[in-house]
Design a protein around this ligand. Structure first.
Ligand code: FE2
Length: 207
């Protein structure tokens, strides 16, 4: 597949663009695979880890509904109006997916994937253990996956720099999750051991 394009579906206004979404799909796959491995490392049950993998793929689906503000941008700054739309995407994703047969755990993981452990996140400024575990795991994996990817306004950071940048923002993360994540990242054998073979999608398949 050289390109992934989502087309307009007007009934509820949920896909308002015709853009190449290959990078977004790659990001979702990366977050999905990482979240599954971190869940395993934390000792979660297989079905919980599988739900993390599903949430990882779908976590930014709400961006499809604010796409005209988010796609094709070349700047790294957002104005206040644009920021307002960006901050709506977890709830928009939740509202889109609640109409389908996803578990409460998957829906809550998506709704709260931008909550920070210190309460500075959105949409509800939840703190600490009030943030569902799945969302705390996605928060870490999503941040890392974004840092190691090229963006229109910057090149990808290498693995060590990405970790350093995350340590500077460690207030955002559940420390137990962050430590499990670091163990996974630094141990390729562990990543292989936790590979979700019947679900895992290779990024190469998109290229
Ligand atoms: Fe997001």
């Amino acid at each position: 597949m050289s390109e992934a394009t989502l087309r307009k579906e007007t009934a509820d206004g949920w896909a308002m663009f015709e853009e190449d979404t290959t990078e977004e799909l790659k990001h979702g796959i990366c977050v999905s695979n990482l979240a599954y491995s971190v869940g395993k490392q934390l000792g979660l049950y297989e079905d919980q880890c599988h739900e993390l993998a599903v949430a990882g793929i779908l976590h930014d689906v709400g961006k499809l509904r604010v796409s005209s503000y988010l796609y094709g941008r070349n700047e790294d700054t957002l104005n206040i109006e644009e920021m307002k739309y960006v901050r709506m995407h977890p709830r928009l994703g939740y509202e889109t997916l609640i109409r389908y047969d996803f578990s409460d755990e998957i829906l809550e993981t998506i709704l709260y994937h931008h909550e920070n452990y210190d309460g500075s996140g959105y949409p509800e400024n939840l703190t600490g253990e009030r943030i569902p575990m799945g969302a705390r795991i996605l928060r870490v994996c999503d941040t890392y996956a974004a840092l190691i990817s090229d963006r229109p306004y910057r090149r990808a950071f290498d693995k060590d720099t990405a970790i350093e940048l995350m340590i500077e923002e460690v207030k955002n993360f559940d420390m137990r999750v962050f430590l499990a994540f670091q163990t996974v990242i630094h141990d390729e054998e562990l990543q292989e051991k936790w590979a979700l073979r019947d679900f895992r999608i290779g990024i190469a398949e998109l290229e």
